[in-house]
Design a binder for this molecule. Structure first.
Ligand code: AMP
Length: 114
């Protein structure tokens, strides 16, 4: 699995990315290898390695990530046609980057499980 430092650099504007939304809790940016016409990643600004690290103190962040994903879906005009929101965890879940992130995918009929 790749080091999550790359996402930290995106959050801190140390490397370029197409940031579509940012607040004090989360950052959302376009996936570098989009699997759909709309493919946006929503990440917490504070490092969390994976969904395994969600606990009673940080669980609020997932609700906010979900809320922002839906807001972006509406802004991108894919809310009526539909979308997938996905979190991959560890090797068997297909997680490549060691930094918790939510995929928002849409803009066409999605045929894959990813
Ligand atoms: P996952 O397989 O769930 O860990 O997804 C990681 C995602 O991060 C993949 O869809 C990659 O295309 C994406 N990704 C990797 N590096 C970057 C980057 N620098 N900017 C935007 N997306 C990235």
């Amino acid at each position: 699995m790749e080091d999550g430092v790359i996402f930290k650099k995106i959050i801190n504007n140390k490397i370029s990315a197409n940031i579509v939304y940012q607040d004090h809790k989360v950052t959302a940016f376009t996936d570098i290898k989009p699997k759909a016409p709309v493919h946006i990643l929503i990440v917490p600004n504070c490092f969390i390695a994976s969904s395994n690290e969600i606990n009673k103190n940080n669980k609020y962040i997932l609700a906010h990530m979900f809320y922002i994903a839906v807001k972006i879906a509406k802004k991108e005009k894919i809310s009526q046609t539909g979308y997938k929101i996905i979190i991959n965890c560890n090797k068997n879940g297909g997680q490549e980057i060691n930094y918790l992130h939510m995929h928002l995918l849409g803009g066409e009929k999605l045929k894959f499980l990813y």
